[in-house]
Design a protein around this ligand. Structure first.
Ligand SMILES: [Zn+2]
Length: 374
């Protein structure tokens, strides 16, 4: 079993110790100047431009952790012979392999000043044991004090007890911090079984972290993950797998839409779906620091509203995160379970008010977190 997160471990190297107990903000488009107002724990900058934003983020965040997630796993599959993305060098007009000392995954991140490097791991298709094993072998040559093993998994890995047992065994052979991320065109936790298996991974993998997620990050944190990151934008709450093209909602370059975290139900809704559910009844007013008593259904899909909804979402879950951080490691899981249980009860009341066939019901993950202790 892993040790509980939140405590500085004496054996940790500085970079890794700086991350322990953190609930980071995983963000794609937030300006560095705004970061300082939004996180007291640090950030993971996400996407192709992440590396270029590190310097700015460091300037505004001072000593807080700053990581860069170039998210190559959104484009590239891992294989037995290719675990990490390696940038081709084309300064002579031809593609050349980098010299050995520059060919180490994450060196460019460390050079940019990140707290620790996230390996530019390629995407692990469901059940591809060979690709995972090859990557775990390659990890052995990297410095565990500076490099975190990013583990971008197809969410379908969570559909099989066998697959999860394999991952636990394989990842425990890696001494590094391991940052799990899940790719899915839809909800990576579509059923209670998937949520339970994710918990099993968090409970049984040493030095595990969960990144680029939604509220599952808080569940992992409550159960002792070394650190977690929670997505600011929808595209940072789960990633789109490289083979997702053609699936519904697959247009990555499409205009972002507003998603609203319902503070009582602990559930994200598309803004128009939420307005429809409340219909002609009175929608709830939100007391978060962004909304200041305005209606929860006021957001449109205009860019300003999309950003304001993201800020509302953050202002909604941040107090939940802080509550967990302030509690003792032993109390966290009970605090979290009780909070989730209250949300499930709130959903029953909301369902009575909505009386709508479009009521999606509470998310499967939330219902597991509310009722299952172990
Ligand atoms: Zn609000």
């Amino acid at each position: 079993m892993m040790e509980q997160g939140g405590d500085l471990s004496e054996q940790d190297q500085p970079a890794v110790a700086a991350l322990r107990g953190r609930i980071l903000l995983h963000t794609r488009t937030l300006k560095a100047a705004a970061l300082a107002d939004r996180t007291s724990d640090g950030t993971i900058l996400c996407g192709a431009g992440a590396l270029g934003d590190v310097k700015d983020a460091l300037r505004y965040l001072g000593t807080l952790p700053v990581l860069a997630d170039p998210a190559h796993y959104e484009e590239k599959f891992a294989g037995v012979s290719a675990s990490f993305y390696v940038k081709p060098r084309s300064d002579t007009g031809r593609l050349l392999t980098l010299p050995p000392d520059m060919d180490r995954p994450g060196q460019d991140q460390l050079a940019a000043g990140v707290t620790a490097a996230l390996t530019p791991t390629r995407y692990f298709a469901a059940g591809d044991d060979m690709a995972v094993s090859a990557a775990t072998r390659r990890m052995q040559q990297f410095d565990a004090s500076q490099v975190i093993f990013t583990v971008p998994l197809a969410a379908e890995w969570l559909q099989s007890d066998r697959d999860v047992r394999f991952l636990i065994g394989a990842l425990n052979k890696v001494p590094h911090l391991k940052a799990l991320a899940f790719g899915s065109a839809g909800d990576p936790l579509p059923d209670r079984g998937a949520a339970r298996r994710l918990r099993s991974m968090i409970d049984n993998i040493n030095d595990v972290a969960l990144i680029r997620t939604g509220l599952a990050g808080l569940d992992a944190y409550a159960r002792g993950a070394a650190f977690v990151s929670i997505g600011m934008q929808k595209s940072c709450r789960a990633f789109r797998p490289p083979d997702a093209a053609g699936q519904p909602d697959a247009n990555r370059s499409g205009r972002p839409k507003s998603y609203v975290l319902h503070p009582d139900l602990m559930q994200y809704f598309r803004t128009d779906a939420l307005a429809h559910l409340y219909g002609f009844t009175t929608p709830p007013l939100c007391g978060c620091t962004v909304c200041n008593g305005q209606s929860l259904t006021r957001f449109s899909d205009d860019p300003d509203d999309v950003r304001e909804a993201e800020q509302h979402n953050l202002a909604t879950w941040l107090p939940w995160a802080e509550e967990l951080q302030e509690a003792s490691p032993d109390d966290r899981r009970y605090l979290w379970r009780d909070r989730c249980y209250t949300a499930i009860q709130a959903h029953e009341h909301a369902g009575l008010q909505w009386r709508s066939r479009r009521d999606p019901g509470p998310p499967a993950g939330l219902s597991l977190w509310a009722t299952q202790e172990d």
